[in-house]
Design a binder for this molecule. Structure first.
Ligand code: E4P
Length: 222
C-alpha cells in the first residue's frame, strides 16, 4: 500500500518523511491556501524537497475542459516523473481524465462521491481514483462503497489504484487497509495519532524507570 501525506505543510512532510516510508504528497486548492503561502512558493518548495521516486499530486483549479487540460499539462511538466494532475470527476473533468490519459499525462481522478463515477474515471484511464471517504459517509456507508470500488476494479481487471482521501479517523484507515486499499492519503494529524500511542510511551517509561532504579543507568550496557 502506498502511504501518501495530504498536506502542503513542508515541515509536516519533512517530519513524517523522517520516520516513515512516505510514497508521496497530495494537495488540493484548500490545502495549498492553508499553507499560508502562495502556490508559486509552496509548490516549488515541495518539489525541491521530494525525492524523484516520491509521487506528487496537484489539483487543477480550472473547471472548464480547456482550462483543466492546460493545467494538467502544466502540473505534469513540473517534474520529469511521478507527478499527477488531480482532476475532479465533473462532466468536464471526466472528459479531461480521458484526454489527459491519452496524452500520456499522469492523472488522479478526485472529488469522488460514488463507486460508479469512480468506475467511469477508471474506464477513462485514470491512474488513481480518490474517493472522499469521510464526506461519502455523510450519505451512506463510505467505507463499504470504497470496498465495493476496490472489488469492482478487480473483477473487471482494471489496474487503476484506489487512493482513499478525506479521512477523519483511524478506524476508517483500519477498515480500508483490511479492504485492500492500494493507497491512502493521510492528513498529518491522523498519521501522528497512529504513531503516538500513549500505551507504548507509558510502557517504555515503566521499563526505563525499573531499569534505572535497579542498575542506576538508562542504557543496556554500563
Ligand atoms: C485529497 O487530497 C483530498 O483533496 C482531501 O483528502 C479532501 O479532504 P477533506 O474532505 O478533509 O477536505
Amino acid at each position: 500500500m502506498e502511504l501518501i501525506i495530504d498536506t502542503a505543510d513542508l515541515d509536516e512532510i519533512k517530519k513524517l518523511d523522517a520516520l516513515l516510508n512516505v510514497d508521496g504528497v497530495t494537495t488540493n486548492p484548500t490545502i495549498i491556501t492553508r499553507s499560508g503561502k502562495t502556490p508559486e512558493v509552496v509548490i516549488p518548495e515541495i518539489i525541491e524537497y521530494l525525492r524523484p521516486d516520491q509521487k506528487l499530486f496537484i489539483q487543477v483549479v480550472a473547471e472548464d475542459y480547456d482550462g483543466i487540460m492546460e493545467e494538467a499539462r502544466y502540473i505534469n511538466g513540473l517534474r520529469p516523473e511521478n507527478t499527477y494532475a488531480k482532476i475532479p470527476v465533473t462532466r468536464e473533468g471526466l472528459k479531461a481524465v480521458r484526454d489527459a490519459h491519452n496524452e500520456g499525462l499522469g492523472v488522479l481522478a478526485t472529488a469522488i462521491f460514488s463507486p460508479e463515477s469512480a468506475f467511469l474515471a477508471a474506464l477513462n484511464g485514470a491512474d488513481y481514483l480518490a474517493p472522499y471517504v469521510n464526506r461519502m459517509s455523510n450519505y451512506g456507508d463510505g467505507i463499504q462503497q470504497v470496498a465495493d470500488l476496490i472489488e469492482m476494479l478487480a473483477v473487471q481487471d482494471l489496474d487503476t489504484k484506489v487512493m482513499a482521501a478525506s479521512l477523519h479517523n483511524t478506524n476508517q484507515v483500519h477498515e480500508l487497509i483490511l479492504a485492500g486499499i492500494q493507497a491512502i492519503t493521510f492528513p498529518p494529524a491522523i498519521l501522528n495519532s497512529m504513531i503516538d500511542q500513549p500505551g507504548t510511551v507509558g510502557a517504555v517509561h515503566d521499563f526505563t524507570a525499573s531499569w534505572e532504579k535497579n542498575y542506576g543507568r538508562t542504557t543496556l550496557r554500563a
